[in-house]
Design a protein around this ligand. Sequence first.
Ligand code: NHR
Length: 149
Amino acid sequence: MSSLFVNPKDHGDRAAYDAVLTKTLEHHEVGLVCLAGFMRILSPVFVRAWQGRLMNIHPSLLPAFPGLHAQRQALDHGVRIAGATVHFVDEGVDTGPIVLQAAVPVEATDTEETLAARILIEEHRIYPEAVRLFAEGRLHVTGRQVSIR
Ligand code: NHR
């Protein structure tokens, strides 16, 4: 196992950075790209190149509360149930086909931090599960639908 940091500051604009990312991932023969705490919107060119091989985990029950500060958005909205979503990434923001979701209760006493911690437990469960299903070749995407076979 090894890791590599590609610093956006070493590369010009978004498209240039994404091109370097693709080259690097191809060089290492990466089969699945998993975003985790990745805070930069990826360009359409990158997303198309990795379509069906690019996943994200988002701390809400999508399509509710896409984008930044999902747990804050959920509290502000007053929902009783929150959660996490693993999805394939498309050109929108947190809009791609949904692979797995898990729900957690929102408690009256919750802060952004306590809710985020409860959601994180589920993230740590469903993200590896989604990766395993992908690796086993069991995920099949048809339009917005992901079937698990
Ligand atoms: N890229 C694409 N094309 N589609 C998605 O669904 C993506 C993506 C890149 C990242 C993760 C997502 C999340 O889980 C993700 C999904 C960053 C932003 C954002 O607005 C939005 C969603 C997510 C991550 N980023 C700002 C930007 O201009 C920068 C914000 C900042 O630096 O604080 O890139 O939440």
